[in-house]
Design a protein around this ligand. Structure first.
Ligand code: PEP
Ligand code: CO
Length: 408
């Protein structure tokens, strides 16, 4: 890891303890007694931020346009990124899919589409169980490359804080590619000052040890240096959590996943903490209820947010509430995904809210992880099932979803 001076340049200034993240934190790695814990945290503290305050301002301005209905947004990528897939060619293959799908939506709706990847830091996963049994052996579950390895051995599955440093380095490599693409786009379209479509980075800000040590400040403003748009998953968005406290102190736009257990009162509370100024574009709410439940569960949540005066971006994640098991693996039916996305859009329109777009797990290659389109039976799932975690749409399946969503 490169060590840089930490004074003089604001983006390299260190916040110093105490970290702005007190409170209970669910889903954390168990590594505090590892011999490399302190040195790994220290390496993060002395590393430069991966994003700039100027980028965050541009993204927030753009999100405000989406919140106001002047544009749409697509946020997509892997469920879990791999350390082995962060070179420039691999990243460009992923952003090419993001751009192709976003261009399709932009043509369909006649408005610009903001592009955000689940990329450049999506290395940590919340899991429903701490252990799993594989061939008769009980092992810690895979929690993303920031925490452990996916191989089914106890060595690979041990939590290793040195992986935070590798996650930082892989993220830095990916974010450099995104920055170059944004620069090229701005030059081509001469719109550097206007609606900046991206591609921007986002990830689940799950591992507090990592995120809190990448908080930086510049000109009196505190920001999270690990990504442009951090989100909190359905399991870590409780109002009193360390995660919410951390994100309430930074200038980045932030997103929250809303699952079926979300209560209107709790949503009001967390929105008030994260968006006290009622700033359009500060908050993105990602609805992931399941196709059968979204029409019933979403209306009171939308009403609560409207009533409290927040101007948010509403996205549908039609994947995480529709996971099933088939042929021994996790999968999802494209039909269910289309149903949830279109029902969510209808609820939002009925409530006079702008359906801001979609949050999806999509692979850059022709994987066979979800059922639908050419993946026409469970016996085909094994053909190219390569995800590290949840089943992703392939680009053809994602395009079919996009067309259905545009027309709904
Ligand atoms: C995810 O986005 O991969 C995820 C785990 O989502 P959620 O927090 O909504 O379950
Ligand atoms: Co997932």
């Amino acid at each position: 890891m490169r060590r840089r001076p930490v004074i003089g340049d604001g983006t390299r200034a260190t916040p110093g303890p105490p970290w702005p993240a007190s409170g209970p934190a669910a889903q954390q790695p168990e590594w505090a007694t590892h011999p490399a814990y302190e040195s790994s945290c220290a390496a993060l503290v002395s590393s430069p931020a991966l994003v700039t305050p100027g980028e965050l301002t541009r993204l927030r301005r753009t999100l405000a346009v989406v919140a106001g209905g002047g544009a749409a947004m697509l946020q997509l990528g892997d469920c879990a990124e791999s350390f082995e897939e962060s070179d420039a060619d691999q990243v460009r293959a992923k952003t090419a899919v993001l751009h192709a799908l976003a261009d399709e939506v932009a043509n369909g709706i006649g408005r610009p589409v903001l592009r955000v990847g689940r990329i450049g830091g999506q290395f940590a996963k919340p899991r429903s169980r701490p252990l799993e049994e594989i061939d008769g052996t009980l092992l810690p579950v895979f929690r993303g490359h920031m925490v452990n390895g996916e191989a089914a051995t106890s060595e690979a599955r041990a939590h290793d804080p040195r992986r935070m440093v590798r996650a930082y380095e892989a993220s830095a490599q990916v974010l450099r590619v995104l920055a170059r693409e944004r620069g090229q786009r701005a030059q081509r379209t001469q719109r550097a000052q206007g609606f900046d479509v991206g591609p921007w980075a986002s990830h689940d800000a799950l591992v507090v040890d990592y995120e809190a040590r990448l908080v930086r400040s510049e000109a009196g403003q505190r920001f999270l240096g690990s990504t442009h748009l951090p989100w909190l998953g359905d399991r870590t968005r409780a109002p009193g959590s360390a995660h919410v406290r951390l994100l309430s102190t930074v200038a980045n736009p932030v997103a929250l996943k809303l699952g079926p257990s979300t209560e209107p009162a709790e949503l009001r509370e967390v929105c008030a903490l994260l968006d006290p100024e009622r700033d359009p574009g500060r908050l993105t709410l990602i609805v992931r209820m399941g196709a059968e439940r979204v029409a019933g569960l979403l209306p009171p949540l939308v009403a609560a947010v409207q009533d409290a005066g927040h101007r948010v971006v509403w996205l549908s994640d039609p994947m995480h509430g529709n996971t099933v098991r088939a042929a021994g693996v996790k999968t999802r039916h494209l039909d269910d995904i289309v149903d949830e996305a279109t029902r969510c859009k209808r609820v939002l329109e009925q409530a006079k809210e702008h359906p801001g777009g979609l949050h999806l797990e999509v692979a850059a290659s022709d994987v066979t992880e979800c059922l639908g389109g050419k993946v026409d039976g469970v016996d085909r799932l094994a053909e190219r099932y390569t995800t590290l975690c949840d089943p992703r749409l392939n680009p053809d399946q994602a395009a079919e979803l996009m067309r259905a969503w545009i027309q709904a």
